[in-house]
Design a protein around this ligand. Structure first.
Ligand SMILES: Cc1cc2nc3c(=O)[nH]c(=O)nc-3n(C[C@H](O)[C@H](O)[C@H](O)COP(=O)(O)OP(=O)(O)OC[C@H]3O[C@@H](n4cnc5c(N)ncnc54)[C@H](O)[C@@H]3O)c2cc1C
Length: 509
């Protein structure tokens, strides 16, 4: 071992355990960069065990991942039955009957160097502002079911948003499998029944399949899903349980027929013991009820879910169990856990695929030259821990900032303790609308604003710097922006028409 805690030889063989969304995203991401080197990549998966089979909504970062792979957008969308996503509509989260959209884009532009929402807060106090939604192009476009790609000119209003996809995650994994295999990733079908550890270092040496085949490696990526075959079962890394903050522990999922053109947004509707998702794809709608088993039985959750579908169910509901939280170390010895093996924060803001992507890019940035240095692991774990915690705080905000008091679940949630890091962010916002900023990572200012304001958390005051602009002038600018947002959104094509023109997947279903 050297002074950096580095043990072992140069990495020559990488073994990815698992072929779900995480396994194939990792295989594609690594093979895109390492394909031309002498490093061999193996992937082992078991059709008998299967994949978790859910995870259809994404966040805009996935476009960077696809771009790094050089995927053709229209081809990828056609093959995965994808639709566009401009944000998430939250129904009944503040109070029952209310709706707000968390957009992938900004609310207005700063005026005189002061954040737009500060001028909006002042105008609102003076009775001179509309709902904050009126000043967001992606929200108004989503409400009108319109879509056009963002403009490239940064001065244009049409450039003030981004977008993500709603797709069939199983088809995405298949698509990436073809990509990775074409770049030399070797796939082995089979069930791993044993893991061989080095008696001295505790490093994983090989996985052994039921057939007796032994697959050796220098670096192992555990994408085996909730079971954490290497990171937990073999290395006993430990799990930080966050159920006291994020209490949902089950989900029932079912696809149904579409009865209307797909909306360019996902919907999350709060329900008596959790919330329901609705994700429209080109060929069907994905639905699920994420709930806390302390408050509702599986049978009752399935009954509620089926009763609230748009169209005819295409299958019986599938049940999934999980514990919210994260692995104590995402990189331990020569094992890096990616995907559900690394932890799960529940699907509320569709962040799991983003975490997979971040894991792959962080691993590539810190790719060990030789062995696995403690410093590399520490830095990787620091980056991933920070992102898990930031996402956790944002998700907890949705549950905490509710005025629903019509079910035991929501009454308990509103009263439950929250992480200190979230309490601090909320205190700053409640005072004069300060949103704690991150230099990079999730989530940025517009996201926090959307949830605070959408769930009726209003600051007592506003930034005094906003007073440097005459209120009448600010009110005029707000009115102009609102009109421009409305007319720009109205001029966009219908989402359905855009899909048909760009990436029609009918016939591919
Ligand atoms: C209810 C729910 C809703 C979700 N919604 C979203 C969403 O909208 N957006 C989002 O980004 N994410 C979502 N997620 C998360 C998303 O589903 C996962 O992040 C994603 O599917 C990755 O899963 P995975 O590949 O880590 O695990 P899995 O899909 O479980 O894959 C595990 C793989 O390991 C293999 N394996 C396991 N054990 C063995 C063994 N012994 N031998 C050989 N192979 C083995 C399996 O065969 C499989 O190939 C959701 C998750 C849940 C539970």
């Amino acid at each position: 071992m050297d002074e950096n805690g580095r043990t072992g030889e140069a990495i020559r063989r990488i073994v990815i355990v698992g072929g779900g969304t995480a396994g194939w995203m990792t295989a594609a991401g690594l093979s895109a960069v390492l394909g031309g080197t002498r490093i061999a990549i193996d992937l082992v998966e078991s059709a008998e065990i299967g994949t978790v089979g859910v995870g259809e909504a994404t966040v805009p970062h996935i476009r960077n991942f696809n771009a790094k792979l050089g995927l053709d957008e229209a081809d990828f969308m056609r093959k995965t039955q994808a639709t566009y996503k401009l944000g998430i509509e939250f129904r009944d989260w503040g109070r029952k009957g209310e709706s707000y959209i968390h957009p992938f884009g900004a609310f207005g532009q700063p005026l005189g160097g002061v954040a737009f929402h500060q001028h909006w807060l002042r105008a609102r106090q003076r009775g001179e502002a509309d709902s904050i939604e009126a000043y967001s192009l992606p929200i108004i476009a989503a409400r009108l079911k319109k879509f056009a790609p963002p403009a490239t000119d940064p001065r244009s209003l049409g450039s003030t948003f981004s977008y993500a996809y709603q797709f069939d995650a199983a088809l995405y994994a298949q698509y990436l499998r073809a990509y990775a295999e074409a770049r030399g990733v070797r796939r082995t079908e089979g069930k791993i029944q044993d893991v061989s550890l080095d008696g001295e270092t505790g490093f994983v040496q090989a996985v052994i399949l039921e057939s007796g085949q032994r697959i050796e490696g220098d670096l192992f990526i555990d994408c085996s899903g909730f079971r954490g075959l290497l990171i937990e079962q073999a290395l006993k890394t430990g799990y930080e349980d966050w159920t006291h903050w994020l209490p949902c522990d089950r989900a029932a999922a079912v696809p149904c027929d579409s009865v209307e053109p797909p909306t360019p947004y996902t919907r999350a509707t709060s329900d008596d013991a959790g919330w329901r998702w609705r994700i429209p794809l080109q060929h069907r709608v994905g639905n699920g009820y994420v709930y806390c088993s302390h408050y509702i039985s599986d049978d009752e959750a399935a009954r509620v879910l089926l009763a609230k579908l748009d169209g005819k169910a295409q299958a019986d509901p599938r049940f999934l169990r999980f514990t919210t939280g994260r692995r104590k170390k995402q990189w331990n010895r020569n094992v890096v856990a990616i995907g559900l093996a690394s932890g799960f924060l529940e699907p509320l803001e569709s962040t799991s695929i983003h975490l997979i992507q971040l894991a792959v890019s962080t691993l590539l940035e810190l790719f060990p030259e030789r062995g696995c240095a403690t410093a590399d692991q520490d830095e990787y774990n620091r980056v991933m821990d920070l992102e898990f915690e930031r996402i956790r705080d944002f998700l907890v905000l949705h549950y905490h900032a509710t005025q629903r008091d019509d079910s035991a679940f929501w009454r308990d949630k509103a009263a439950a303790p929250i992480p200190d890091s979230l309490a601090y962010k909320m205190a700053l916002f409640r005072d004069r609308g300060v949103v704690v900023k991150y230099r990079d990572g999730f989530f940025l200012e517009p996201s926090w604003l959307a949830v605070y304001l959408g769930q009726n958390i209003l600051p007592r005051g506003y930034d005094p710097m906003a007073d440097a602009i005459d209120p009448a002038e600010a009110a005029r600018k707000l009115a102009e922006l609102k009109a421009a947002v409305q007319s720009t959104a109205e001029a966009m094509p219908d989402h359905q028409a855009f899909l048909e023109r760009f990436c029609d997947a009918r016939g591919a279903a």
